[in-house]
Structures are given as C-alpha cells and as structure tokens.
Ligand binder design. Structure first.
Ligand code: SIN
Length: 537
C-alpha cells in the first residue's frame, strides 16, 4: 500500500511532553530539521499533570548538607537495587544545568522574595530539593514554556496523528514512521532518526493519575521494531490520588506527595496513622512502601472502609495558595482540606521500565531513540524516586538530540526511501476487560495464580486486527504491554520495589537483576535470555 502522503525531516519526535519537546528544541538549536508528531493536541500529554516538581540539587540553593551525591544515594535507595548507577549519576549530575536551560526557555519556578527558588520534599528524599511552579502545577508550567518555545522556534507540530509503526531501511534500521491522521488516512514521515517520547502506560489500569493518551504506544512500537524492553513489571502506584467514589475509572486527580512533604499525614477511618511504625521515614517513605502499606491497610478495612484512606492536611495553613490544583480538586468533590481529611487511594502512576535506552536515548535499533517515561535508562530501577522524571526528561531529551546530531554527522543513520508500507496487524484485547483483570490481578499485590488468570483472559479475548485507527493502535499497545508485564511479573518470584508478590513476599538477592523482554517473530512478548540482561542492569 502506498502511503497517501509523505513528509521528511532529520528527526521525528513522537510525543510532546517534557522529554520530547526538550529534544526537539535542542535538535533545532543544532540545526536539524525537526518534526514533532502527537496523536492528540500538543498539551494533552502526561507532563502537564505533574504536580510535585523537579528534584535537583542546585549550587548555593540547597539544604545544609544536601548534595548531588545524596540525591544519587536517595535515588539508588528508592530504586531497590535495580538502578543503573552510571545512568543515575549521569542524569542527576546534569540536573542543575538542565533546570537552568529550562528557565532560560521561559519556565518560571516559585521563588522566595530573595529570588532563590522555593524547595519542597517528597517521599524518599532526605532533603528539601524539589523545585516547583505554580505551587503544585509544575508540569503545566514546564509544558507551557516548552510548547511556547516550540511554537516561537517554528518547530512544526503535527497534532492528531498517531504513530502506528516504524518504517525500516533495507538494512533493518529505523528510517521513518507510519502514522494515521485523525481520519485514519495513512502517511509516512521519513527521517534518519525517530525519537520516541510517547510517555507511559497508566491506562492499562482502571484508575490512574495518567491522562487518556497514556496507552504504551511507544513501548509497543519499539518492541515491534526489534528493540528490547526492561523492568516492565515495575509499575509505580501513586499512594494518593483523590478518592472520588467506589469504582473510579480513568484519570483521577493527583494529591501531590509534597502535601505530605509539608506536614500532612495518612490516617484511616478511625484516625489511626497508616505509616506509623511501617518505615523510619513514615509518611515520607519511598512511594512503593507507602502505596503497599496503604493497600495492606485498606485490605484490613478499619472502620468499615476498605477502598481508601485519608490524608489529613488540616495542619497546613495555606493549602489554597500552596497547592491550588489539589485544593480545587478537593473542593470540586465537596472536601475542604482545611477541615476535612482528604479521601485518597493508590492508583497507577508511572512505568519505571520501558524501552532499553542509553542516557543519550539510543536504543539497540539503529535510527530509533527513546526518552522520558517510555525509555528505561536505569534511573528508576524497581521504584522511581519522586520528581526524578521531569528531570530525566530534561536531561535525556537534550542528550538524545545531541546523540542524533552526532550520529547524523558521522553518517551512522539514514532515512528510509520507501512510502510503500502496510498497516500492521496485531493482537487486540478489549480495553475494559484488560483494565479490569490488570487492576484485579497485576496491580499492587500479585501472585502466580492471578497472573496466570490475566494470561488466560488475554488468550481467549484477544483478536488479531489491522491497526487502522488510533483506538486500535492504543488497544494493541495496551495488550502487548500487559502481556509483557505479565511475563516479567510471573517470572520474578520475589517482592522488590513496585513489584509486590503476595506469594513471594521477600526480596531475593538472586533477583537483583533486570529482565529483558523482546518480541518473537510472531509478535509475542517473551523474556530474553538472562545473559543478554547482564549488560543492562
Ligand atoms: C507528586 O507530585 O506526588 C508526583 C510527582 C512525581 O510523580 O514525581
């Protein structure tokens, strides 16, 4: 089939979050012709929902005794033994420069009268080092500034075009993208470099902090292109999204961890503290610990409440001005945080794993790059440290653009020359059913039996379909991602970070390694040879 239309560039960036736009802007500065493509509107991605901020230790603006080394240490501790130490060190050390560049691009962070930036604290951090904007609207400000810079810099932005598949050169390198426009008309974008910055996968679950676009499209696309994925079993659940009633679906409003950083505490329906005695950092323990503790507490159902707990923020005097987004969400459901404990529950939040990529965005497939949540650089390990993800997007976005420019200059990458492409066919499960079984059996607390149930349900309900619409592309991506997750989670017979096995509750030294996932020629995700994984974790 010949694509109905075609466009060319040096670099195609799929995704308009912090990582993608940072990459696009840097590539443009380096003189590359860049085209940004997104399946929705420019600001529809996950970045704009980020609340807490950017974790960074800036020179002359930090707590006494805080340092980049301590930030690295906290990241490694949160990551529960699975971080790549070199990646952690590279990304965190680059943080101050990355935040400075972002501010030069126009992002305005909250500052004190003396001009120094305000800093807050979140779970797992040993110091106040999270800088923020608009109180709790950091992602919205970052997105605003980067989108404005993109428009001002005349970087073309193709909205409402979903990436379906990569286009390959005769040598098997990626040299373009097959996309569908809003009417399902196929087109080909050719370029020597395709950068995936498509974000996460929260829509694999019934309740999530992620917007509707978070369907794992980039992960599926990369696996189909021959890339490897790693750490896909580690889905981070945010401990506190606003509880809006039994059976919440889709994106639920976040209640940023910074509210706990500034004094709020988790309590149950009887007023008892949830985190007391669970961890030395109590309410500011790493996120996996808090989410798992809430889940256990809810299972006991004190006071007859078994599907949420409460965040008591009544001791905070300035909720409305310090956390305006959270405050507005609470008020919209009739909760006044000044007097009422806020009902909260964990929900799917962040994919710690993803497409195996270097900190420069390079994947194992020539011409294919990945940054941000879709990528697995090794920064997050088994559990991401709060507010490290905007930082990763800023650092790795810049580095990926520089890697593309360098690979191009060295003649290592080339565009595909064909517009003769066909829409792929892939297994597609019913989304509602998939979300239900994933939430029931593959969220916080998994066991072999439940994971097998998910596998069987997907086996009997999956049908091969041609990916001829955005919805089918998304459903196929969710199906593939769920299967990859189930394979990795079933194999990992231990509990570590965000992966909590009720039938293997201890962490095991023999499991201190990442698992790689690849696709078979028939399109099934399988675990790759552990020998391959040795070089990854
Ligand atoms: C939050 O503000 O609690 C979320 C921040 C993050 O996920 O890094």
């Amino acid at each position: 089939m010949a694509a109905r239309w075609e466009a060319r560039a040096d670099l195609i960036v799929a995704g308009t979050g912090v990582a993608g736009l940072t990459a696009a802007l840097r590539a443009r500065e380096l003189g590359l012709r860049v085209l940004v493509v997104t399946k929705a509107a420019g600001d529809d991605g996950n970045t704009r929902w980020a609340q807490g901020g950017v974790a960074v230790v800036m020179q002359d603006q930090h707590d006494p005794g805080d340092s980049v080394a301590r930030h690295i240490e906290d990241t490694l501790t949160a990551g529960a033994g699975l971080c790549d130490e070199a990646a952690v060190s590279a990304i965190i050390s680059d943080g101050p420069a990355a935040v400075a560049r972002l501010r030069e691009r126009g992002a305005v962070f909250d500052a004190k009268p003396d001009g120094l930036l305000e800093r807050t604290r979140e779970g797992g951090h040993s110091a106040f080092r999270v800088v923020h904007a608009g109180g709790d609207a950091t992602g919205a400000e970052v997105e605003r500034a980067l989108l404005k810079a993109t428009v001002d810099g005349r970087v073309p932005l193709l909205e409402n075009h979903v990436a379906v598949d990569t286009v390959k050169t005769p040598l098997g390198a990626v040299g373009g993208l097959l996309v569908l426009d809003g009417n399902g008309v196929p087109g080909v974008l050719t370029a020597p470099a395709v950068l995936l910055a498509t974000g996460g996968i929260g829509q694999m679950y019934q309740a999530t902090s992620n917007p509707s676009v978070a369907t794992g499209d980039g992960l599926a696309l990369a696996l189909r292109a021959g890339a490897l994925a790693a750490d896909v079993e580690f889905i981070q659940f945010h401990p506190t999204v606003l509880y809006t009633g039994r059976g919440a679906r889709g994106r639920c409003p976040l209640v940023t961890e910074a509210v706990r950083g500034e004094g709020a505490v988790l309590v149950d329906a009887t007023g008892a503290r949830v985190m007391k005695g669970v961890h030395p950092l109590e309410d500011l323990a790493p996120r996996d610990v808090v989410a798992a503790a809430i889940t256990r507490h809810m299972a006991q159902g004190p006071g007859g409440v078994d599907d949420h707990v409460f965040l008591d923020a009544t001791s905070l005097h300035d909720m409305a001005s310090r956390f305006p987004t959270v405050y507005a969400a609470c008020v919209s459901v009739g909760v006044d945080p000044a007097v009422d404990p806020i009902p909260v529950a964990p929900a799917a939040h962040f994919a710690c794993g993803g497409v195996v990529s270097s900190v420069d965005g390079r994947t194992g497939v020539t011409g294919l790059y990945a940054v941000g949540e879709v990528a697995r650089t090794g920064l997050h390990g088994a559990n991401r440290l709060a507010s490290n993800s905007l930082l990763e997007g800023l650092v790795c976005g810049t580095r990926a653009a520089e890697a593309v420019a360098s690979d191009l200059a060295l003649g290592l990458i080339a565009p595909a020359r064909t517009s003769d492409v066909s829409l792929p066919t892939a297994p597609v499960a019913d989304r509602d059913l998939l979300q239900r079984v994933m939430s029931r059996y593959a969220a916080i607390g998994r066991d072999a039996e439940g994971l097998a149930v998910v596998g069987s349900v997907l086996d009997v309900s999956t049908v091969d379909k041609q990916l001829e619409s955005r919805e089918l592309v998304e459903d196929a991506a969710l199906t593939l991602a769920a299967r990859a997750l189930i394979a990795a989670a079933a194999e990992r017979t231990e509990s570590r970070g965000c992966h909590v096995r009720t039938d293997h509750v201890e962490r095991s030294g023999s499991w201190q390694r990442s698992q790689l996932v690849r696709l078979t020629p028939t399109g099934q995700p399988v675990l790759a040879d552990p020998v391959l994984a040795e070089g990854v974790a």
